[in-house]
Design a protein around this ligand. Structure first.
Ligand SMILES: [Zn+2]
Length: 280
């Protein structure tokens, strides 16, 4: 695992609850439908299972001349952090979601089930906005390996149920079609974890660019890390948790125009996975 990945995971663990993304605003009814180069597939693209049926892992699309990049935002909230939310800690970040809307940036939100329970209106408005897609970041934000930055570890026989419990929480919040993509808390996984969640039918989604936004206060430094790291087909990991990632909105306002200037087009993870499958 690279140093940046360690840093990110440490962040996840620490915050154990970075938290979440959302907005208090309902999607505008008049929002024009995004341009679709082709009809959306009836089911989101996924990768084929790996050897022995293991959950496949995706971290970036092929490095083609098609300059696409996916910004992903982890909506962390750990089971047991309800008291902190009640005391005023914000695991959501509505201003960030509003900025993505204002900039018309498609994005994938990896949401924990616990976050959707805490912020059901935001979960629903994100889930119903065609600009975004909601994916799974577990229910509890507990680790799926034994040693993952201090996160409590799920027993193997509860791993699949934790993934499925998050989908149940999304449905209850009113998210209509959460994607079959799963990001392991802390990015920590091993063969056992890939086997344990294989029955859930998900594609595990990692990243190839670490923004370093967790607990960062220097938005320009975050933006620099992203701009230095992005290549065609990249997946960038960021957070939409106001308290634990306070510089992210400002960083996004720097990153987006600069990547567009370089010829990049922002897409959701589903489009990158489709491209990896040879589908457009
Ligand atoms: Zn996380």
């Amino acid at each position: 695992m690279t140093a940046p990945v360690r840093r990110l995971a440490a962040v996840c663990a620490l915050a154990a609850a970075l938290a979440a993304c959302g907005t208090d605003q309902a999607p505008r009814a008049a929002r024009p439908a995004p341009a679709q180069p082709s009809p959306a597939p009836s089911r989101p693209p996924t990768l084929a299972p790996g050897p022995a049926g293991l959950t496949p892992v995706f971290s970036h699309a092929p490095r083609t001349r098609d300059r696409t990049v996916a910004l992903t935002f982890d909506a962390d909230m750990t089971a047991g952090q309800g008291a902190r939310a009640a005391a005023g800690e914000r695991f959501d970040h509505p201003e960030l979601i509003a900025a993505l809307r204002a900039l018309k940036v498609p994005a994938t939100v990896f949401m924990t089930g616990r976050w959707a329970e805490e912020y059901p209106v935001q979960a629903r408005t994100i889930g119903r906005d065609p600009l975004f897609e909601v994916a799974n970041h577990s229910y509890s934000h507990y680790a799926f390996t034994d040693d993952c930055y201090g996160l409590p570890t799920l027993p193997e026989d509860r791993m699949r149920a934790d993934v499925e419990r998050a989908y149940a929480a999304f449905r209850k919040a009113g998210v209509p079609d959460a994607r079959p993509y799963f990001r392991f808390p802390g990015g920590c996984y091993d063969r056992r974890a890939l086997r344990a969640v294989s029955g859930a039918g998900v594609t595990a989604v990692q990243w190839d660019v670490v923004s370093g936004d967790a607990f960062a206060t220097d938005a320009d430094a975050v933006a620099r890390d992203v701009l230095d790291g992005v290549k065609p087909g990249s997946v960038v990991v960021m957070h939409c948790t106001r308290t634990a990632a306070p510089a992210t909105e400002k960083a996004v306002r720097v990153i987006v125009p600069e990547l567009r200037r370089r010829g990049y087009r922002f897409v959701k993870v589903s489009e990158l996975i489709g491209a990896a499958n040879g589908r457009r």
